[in-house]
Design a protein around this ligand. Structure first.
Ligand code: CU
Length: 135
């Protein structure tokens, strides 16, 4: 009996074709936000609800910043004090000077959230943005 061998590139191409034919929806999304001159770029974003969104936070400033995302109540709590560092909470990210940080968040429900740097005077300087989550 003769064995048929399937070469890997052919197998991979077949898998891709099957996946395309099945109309697979994207299972994740990546968004890059650049921080320069104490401003977020972009300062408005729209992402879909229900899928993981990875935020790549690129700090091009020679000073530390932070990226905190939440509703008004969340930000009110953070305005009353600053944290030296954040860790372990996907919605609270410290972005050291000239570094890149990443966080992944899944927004279960549509809504509007703000992302703000709560280091002293950064928000009043304009370091804030708005994220819309669409259903
Ligand atoms: Cu800042």
């Amino acid at each position: 009996m003769k064995r048929r061998r399937v070469r890997w590139p052919a197998a991979a191409a077949l898998l891709l074709a099957v996946a395309a034919a099945a109309g697979c929806a994207p299972s994740a999304q990546t968004v890059t936000i650049t921080i320069l001159y104490s401003a977020f770029d972009p300062s408005t974003l729209t992402v879909p609800a229900g899928i993981p969104v990875t935020f790549v936070l690129v700090n091009e400033d020679p000073i530390d910043h932070e990226w905190l995302i939440g509703d008004e109540g969340f930000h009110d709590a953070h305005r009353t004090g600053t944290h030296a560092t954040h860790g372990g909470v996907p919605t609270e990210v410290t972005v050291p000077a000239l570094e890149t940080a990443r966080t992944t968040i899944t927004f279960d429900e549509p809504g509007t959230f703000s992302y703000i740097c709560h280091l002293p005077q950064h928000e009043s300087y304009g370091m804030a943005g708005v994220l819309t989550v669409e259903g």
